[in-house]
Ligand binder design. Structure first.
Ligand code: AMP
Length: 311
């Protein structure tokens, strides 16, 4: 399999009702590659500054990220500061410093131009397109975004959407992008922008998948301990894309399981700050929680003689 991500590698400062952390490892490409590489090596296209700790790079490659497309440039690393109030579903951005991301021009190693599966992580949509320009004929392209880009780069984002197979968004982003309150209608509107499928992530309420007339709902794994929701979306996408790339096909049965795999992987990511829970996560734990999720969603058919006569 060949799977590539372009996204941010960041130093995050986070406040949740359970505590705070300063300048910890974050970024869409970090979460994505750590989760996707449970299923195979993941190519990372990203930029960091001179101040980015070497130990974070060592960690990412120890988990299976191929960092041949990650460059270190003069200047400071991208920084994001976010806060979650008691409703852990919505992040409040306190500060975004693009730093080296502002001038980043992604350049794919020549050997990566044949990549089959591509994930355009949450990053400037111009950069997302420049990566797509450099891959020959990908079999499947998925994309993520956030309110920051929907606000500031809407026209460019709509260009990206014409070129992707699947968009991952959370419900607030779906509403904002479509200009439509109802999430189902918003998803239909987004399908009209170009992607063949849309996954709407709804935090603790699970995820909805839309493609053509097909809808699939997966509930989130009911967690007792949500510590830091940062990276849930990228972890979801990492589990999803890693699994799809590993299967090597995009039929509905694979995509359905991929949504559950994504939810399960994301459920681990939020149990501790930053990528900390992912540092110790094992394939056996993912498999066990997938089995629990399956059990949770299972119900039998109704009895044939259930209803009163004549009804
Ligand atoms: P999520 O999976 O949506 O929670 O993504 C969280 C990650 O996105 C954090 O680790 C941030 O470093 C990163 N991030 C936040 N804002 C941006 C932005 N404008 N561009 C790129 N990455 C961002």
């Amino acid at each position: 399999m060949s799977l590539l991500v372009v996204g941010s590698v960041a130093l995050d400062s986070l406040e949740t009702p359970f505590g705070r952390r300063e300048e910890v490892l974050g970024g869409s490409a970090s979460y994505f590659s750590t989760c996707a590489s449970f299923f195979g090596p993941t190519r990372v296209v990203a930029v960091v500054g001179e101040d980015f700790p070497e130990e974070h790079l060592a960690f990412l490659s120890s988990r299976g990220a191929d960092l041949a497309g990650l460059v270190r440039q003069p200047g400071r690393t991208f920084r994001w500061k976010g806060r979650y109030d008691f409703d852990l579903n919505t992040a409040q951005t306190l500060d975004t410093q693009l730093n080296v991301l502002a001038t980043f021009k992604p350049a794919l190693p020549a050997a990566w131009r044949d990549t089959e599966f591509v994930f355009l992580g949450n990053i400037d949509p111009d950069l997302q397109q420049s990566v797509l320009d450099q891959v020959g004929k990908p079999r499947f392209v998925a994309c993520d975004t956030m309110n920051f880009w929907i606000d500031s780069k809407r026209a460019s984002l709509l260009e990206t959407l014409k070129r992707v197979d699947l968009l991952f968004v959370n419900d607030a982003e779906a509403r904002q992008l479509a200009g439509e309150h109802n999430v189902i209608k918003a998803a239909k509107t987004i399908l009209g922008f170009g992607p063949r499928a849309v996954v709407v992530k709804r935090g603790e309420y699970g995820a909805l998948f839309f493609s053509g007339s097909e809808v699939f709902a997966a509930s989130a794994y009911p967690l007792l301990d949500v510590f830091d929701p940062t990276g849930a979306g990228d972890s979801f996408a990492g589990g999803f894309m890693g699994y799809v790339a590993r299967c090597g096909r995009m039929e509905p049965d694979v995509l359905r399981r991929a949504i559950v795999v994504g939810s399960v992987v994301a459920s681990f990511a939020v149990e501790q700050f930053s990528l900390d829970r992912l540092r110790t996560l094992t394939a056996a734990e993912i498999r066990a929680r997938y089995a629990e999720a399956r059990q949770l969603a299972h119900f039998d058919d109704l009895e044939p003689d259930l209803f009163a006569p004549g009804r």
